[in-house]
Design a binder for this molecule. Sequence first.
Ligand code: SF4
Length: 204
Amino acid sequence: MLELSQLAAQIRACQRCRLAQTRGRAVPGEGPEHAPILLIGEAPGMNEDRQGRPFVGRSGDLLEALLASIGLRRGDVFIANGVKCRPPENRDPLPDEIAACRPYLERQIELLRPRVVITLGRIAMARYFPGQSISRIHGQIQWVEGVGYVPMFHPAAALRNPPWMAALREDFARLAPLVAELYPGRTGEPLASPADEAAQLSLF
Ligand code: SF4
């Protein structure tokens, strides 16, 4: 879709907030234009900033293993961040940075029209569930006008916290029936290739 690629070009050149001064590369997001599932993270980290791609490095490996656990590959979903440029030293994005960047994600959502939106981490969650605690509501799908919103722990946080890893894995497993519904010909069963199994075994 032309507009998604035009939007990505705008994001790469954006100077709307102070993060433009310190970023390496902006990270617009990536995935197929008709992806039924949109995953929203918080902001790029060091590896993402270097490569200009969302969720690379260990967090990306974990995300791919989680997707594989419900029969999906990375290319089946659209992956984006709420804030498109890396905050220095991986600090939390500031409210004015989140506000400056918000129109980009809003336009991506308008163009993609996802059926399910998964927020990864508390900052991405706050967009849809303000004032809520991620520990309390993670994994619970809420339907609004035909779109399901599911807050989950951030993969990077789960890598540092074994109980959150278990919760993240369970929350993904609960989406398996939806995969069968959203992706014709898929079952939601785990992918069985040796690479996927190895990835899951090393990360879970
Ligand atoms: S974080 Fe968003 S608003 Fe700020 S410079 Fe990057 S793309 Fe622009």
